[in-house]
Design a protein around this ligand. Structure first.
Ligand code: SF4
Length: 230
């Protein structure tokens, strides 16, 4: 794993995806959260005609603009982005856990609506691609291009790990990649509607996620301590 990560350091994202596809497809999938970075990876997968499965978690409380982007990406690239949904609808969850669980127990809500569905979606795959960048959060600062994902028991491939915010947007403009309309309305990082607010100029781009709570990650990209299977 460390050898592959070392050898791929300095290669383009398209080269990393090509390597990943030759190494792991058809047991390779991309979990697309439909942020700007995800749109770049979808663009690279589609334009290079790489046989990589793509899915997105539909928590049931995404912004209408996110659902519109989902359709726009499928249409532009002629691909299917599979929808992975939680076991319970929002109404069913409210009956069991009370309404607006995200206001009282966001970790539990993320576990029910993101982590568990993601675990199910990843079973059967050997490797998964994510769109994380090292400079997004302190938790992501040490991410490697290829790493052992102990939380999900998979190989994790991060083709954009060395990219900056400006790299992402330069690629988007140069290649006319569809992105979420909310980015232009003060939302640099977009998750579920109840847990995402716009950020002011100069604020940390992720400060609009779970604003007012200590939470900064949904838990998908944080490795558990050694020995803990997640
Ligand atoms: S981001 Fe908010 S609404 Fe979405 S799953 Fe997590 S707590 Fe629930």
């Amino acid at each position: 794993m460390a050898d592959a990560a070392h050898q791929l350091e300095g290669q383009t994202a398209a080269e990393i995806l090509r390597w990943a596809s030759s190494e792991y497809s058809p047991k390779l999938t991309f979990a697309a959260a439909l942020g700007a970075e995800c749109c770049v990876i979808i663009d690279l997968i589609a334009r290079n005609k790489l046989p990589i499965d793509i899915f997105s978690l539909d928590t049931g409380v995404l912004f209408p603009e996110t659902y519109a982007l989902w359709r726009a990406l499928e249409e532009k690239y002629g691909i299917q982005i599979r929808a992975v949904r939680p076991e319970q609808t929002i109404d069913a969850q409210a009956l069991v856990h009370g309404a607006a669980l995200w206001e009282r127990e966001p970790d539990r809500c993320c576990d029910l609506r993101k982590i568990r569905p993601l675990k199910n979606a990843l079973s059967g795959f050997t490797a998964w691609i994510t769109a994380i960048r090292r400079d997004q959060t302190p938790e992501r600062a040490n991410a490697q291009i290829v790493e052992d994902d102990r939380k999900f028991g998979l190989v994790k491939i991060n083709p954009l790990v060395a990219w900056t915010h400006d790299d992402v947007w330069a690629h988007i403009y140069a290649n006319d990649v569809p992105t979420n309309a909310l980015h232009a309305q003060g939302y640099p990082s977009i998750g579920c509607q109840p847990c995402t607010s716009p950020v002011a100029p100069g604020e940390d781009p992720r400060s609009g996620r779970w604003r007012g709570a200590a939470k900064t990650e949904c838990g998908l990209h944080v490795a558990p301590p050694d020995g803990e299977g997640g």
